[in-house]
Design a protein around this ligand. Structure first.
Ligand SMILES: NC(=O)c1ccc[n+]([C@@H]2O[C@H](COP(=O)([O-])OP(=O)(O)OC[C@H]3O[C@@H](n4cnc5c(N)ncnc54)[C@H](OP(=O)(O)O)[C@@H]3O)[C@@H](O)[C@H]2O)c1
Length: 254
């Protein structure tokens, strides 16, 4: 069973914090050269230094993935500088919860622009390179890992537009999976429950206290738990595709 990713290249979006940061670290530890993308380059640079000090290889790229031109440049620069693209973790996302009535619709626009359009742009730009990598050594298989959520399976009051975006990620990914799996590009869906990250920090304070209350007192997942699942997915042998992983904290009921 192949557990290493030596000789391969991975691109992780939203790598400046949380799940993306942990995923980049984990893939680098397994031998992949990693391109790490987000808007906060100070955080990316610190992660790149850490990866390189541990003997890995990291390329920092500033990119707002809601901008298709920046996404094209992100993928082009990754391939130009690192030589190929075998693994994409399509992770950047935002969760702006709240009731639909009287919502500031700018929050909806931000979620749709990042969680859906940004994820689509990344998939579109990366796909030709993933298809090429799947035809080549060392692994003859490539991976697109889309990060959804429990919210991509279960709709909840005050989460309507976040639910919409994450359900969309699942539908899009399944369609794309059928399109490319015969060519050995595996499209996987990861659906985390509550993970201890910066994600809830962007919710309006009055909403956050009410919405996150149901998770108070439970032991959250760590970003490393999700990174471990991503690494499991992308290190399977060529004939094994992990299509979907739903991962909740043990104490999380719904
Ligand atoms: N935490 C959870 O409980 C949980 C549960 C289920 C699913 N998820 C999903 O996991 C993914 C990662 O979230 P997280 O929990 O790790 O949250 P996080 O710590 O807030 O990370 C979000 C990442 O997205 C990046 N980002 C935001 N806007 C961006 C933009 N326009 N362009 C490029 N990058 C952008 C952020 O970097 P910059 O701000 O530097 O650009 C950051 O690196 C999201 O898709 C989220 O929906 C999280």
């Amino acid at each position: 069973m192949t557990e290493r990713l030596d000789g391969t290249v991975a691109l992780v979006t939203g790598a400046s914090s949380g799940i993306g940061e942990a995923a980049a670290r984990e893939l680098a530890q397994r031998g992949a050269a990693v391109a790490i993308a987000a808007r906060r380059t100070d955080r990316l640079d610190a992660l790149a230094r850490e990866i390189e000090q541990a003997g890995g290889s990291a390329l920092t790229i500033e990119a707002d993935v809601t901008d298709q031109e920046q996404v094209r440049r992100l993928v082009d620069e990754t391939v130009d500088r690192l030589g190929r693209l075998d693994t994409v973790v399509n992770n950047a996302g935002v969760m702006l919860l709240g009731p639909i009535a009287d919502a500031p619709t700018e929050e909806w626009d931000r979620m749709i622009a990042l969680n859906l359009q940004g994820l689509l742009y990344v998939a579109h730009a990366a796909l030709p390179h993933l298809l090429a990598a799947a035809e080549n050594a060392p692994r003859n298989v490539a991976d697109l890992v889309n990060i959804s959520s429990v919210a991509g399976r279960v709709a909840r009051k005050n989460s309507g537009v976040y639910n919409l975006t994450k359900h969309g990620v699942g539908a899009f990914g399944e369609s794309l999976r059928q399109e490319v799996t015969g060519r050995h590009v595996r499209v996987s869906l990861v659906e985390p429950g509550a993970v201890d990250t910066e994600l809830p920090d962007h919710i309006r304070a009055e909403i956050r206290d009410e919405m996150m209350g149901r998770l108070t007192g439970i032991e959250h997942l760590a970003s490393e738990d999700i990174a471990d699942a991503i690494a499991y997915i992308v290190t399977r042998p060529r004939h094994v595709a992990i299509n979907e992983l739903l991962i909740r904290p043990t104490e999380q009921e719904g």
